[in-house]
Unconditional design. Structure first.
Length: 378
């Protein structure tokens, strides 16, 4: 097997004869675009070696868009949770395809991927989101390698931005109380949502999917066994994302009493509504018994923040508020981890490292005081 070299303009190319096609014509492989003859000779030698060993892979002529849309429909749609699939679809359609979609799979290199990350950073997107796109691309190109559409995963050599330490935005105990007081004056259903979020650390979807049969008001415990997801104007009740998310969370007597009162008021409302009420057994529901739309809840949450005159935070930050307050009160990190449904206590310590750092200072002061007191007594 031998290569033939040729200079076209200022670039060099090579051609290799690899036998005959089924119709008897010559089967050749040609590659060009090399700056020097030496580069062409080196690439030619590598290709001949691959062909000799049987390692050569014919690159796919598909574009990134064609291959990625096929990957979404044929693989991801049947294997991912609906919420994860929706998020992948949005990220691919909004970010990846506009930037890389027209490139042929075989032509994509690490520079393309790295330039993509740089442009996203300049646009002001967070390192977390860019790393999320990186994980999608890495998975996609890994699949293309497995399907033998390309020889290597070029994304593995790209470096996404590093995630720096990000301090969580939370409320103090006084701010949480002020917010709940403002919410109580407005809408009972939303008020119950906020009470559960702040007193339990449950995620939004977990609170909105809670049923009365999940709640033991005698023992003061809530069983988290599903989550609510809203997509394409439809509600979906899904299993928790991880096995640790499926958990039992204790609630204090004050919350038990709030829920008892809410239950009585809800039962009265059901009777008043009659057959117009669709009973999903939900603890929090709209006027006709259906789940509360997460978008409506977000809008109400923002308005209540303004009314209560407390710092602006995301709905999810109520979960961080719950955890932060517990840790500052001296609760063991393992208990906080269990309430949040984290995979392990190490994850909780990592997320709330800023809190545990402050606690270490207090621990050092307590130790110092103990030794000083002991010293004065001798």
């Amino acid at each position: 097997m031998k290569g033939y070299f040729r200079k076209r303009g200022i670039r060099w190319s090579f051609t290799i004869d690899i036998g005959r096609k089924a119709d008897g014509t010559r089967n050749q492989k040609t590659k060009g675009g090399f700056k020097t003859k030496k580069e062409a000779e080196q690439a030619c030698a590598e290709l001949i070696a691959q062909l000799s060993k049987g390692d050569y892979l014919e690159p796919s002529k598909k574009t990134v868009q064609e291959a990625m849309e096929a990957w979404l429909d044929s693989i991801l749609k049947s294997t991912l949770r609906i919420s994860t699939f929706d998020n992948y679809s949005k990220a691919i359609g909004k970010r990846i395809i506009p930037a890389l979609g027209k490139l042929k799979l075989k032509d994509v290199n690490t520079d393309h991927i790295q330039s993509f990350y740089i442009s996203l950073t300049r646009e002001g997107l967070s390192p977390e989101y860019i790393r999320y796109l990186h994980s999608i691309l890495k998975s996609f190109f890994k699949h293309q390698v497995r399907m033998q559409n390309i020889a290597k995963n070029v994304v593995e050599f790209a470096v996404p931005p590093r995630i720096g330490r990000k301090e969580q935005k939370t409320w103090s105990i006084e701010e949480a109380i002020r917010f709940l007081e403002a919410a109580k004056e407005d809408n009972q259903s939303y008020y119950i949502v906020y009470v559960l979020a702040l007193y339990t650390g449950l995620r939004r979807g977990e609170v909105l999917s809670l049923r009365w049969r999940d709640c033991d008001l005698i023992q003061g415990k809530i069983s988290v066994c599903q989550t609510l997801y809203y997509s394409n104007q439809q509600f979906h009740f899904l299993e928790p994302k991880t096995s640790r998310s499926n958990r039992l969370v204790s609630i204090p007597d004050s919350v038990v009493e709030i829920l008892k009162t809410h239950c009585l008021e809800q039962e009265k409302h059901k009777k008043d509504m009659g057959s117009a009420y669709e009973d999903y057994d939900l603890i929090v529901a709209n006027e006709i018994g259906k789940p509360i739309n997460p978008r409506s809840l977000t809008g109400h949450f923002r308005r209540t923040i303004q009314k209560a005159r407390v710092p602006k935070i995301r709905f999810h930050d109520q979960r961080h508020t719950h955890a932060t307050i517990l840790l500052k009160l001296g609760e063991h990190v393992k208990i906080v981890s269990e309430r949040l449904g984290h995979s392990n206590a190490a994850m909780t310590m990592n997320v709330y490292s800023h809190v545990t750092s402050d606690m270490q200072k207090e621990a050092a002061k307590k130790f110092d005081m103990a030794l000083q007191v002991k010293g004065t007594c001798q």
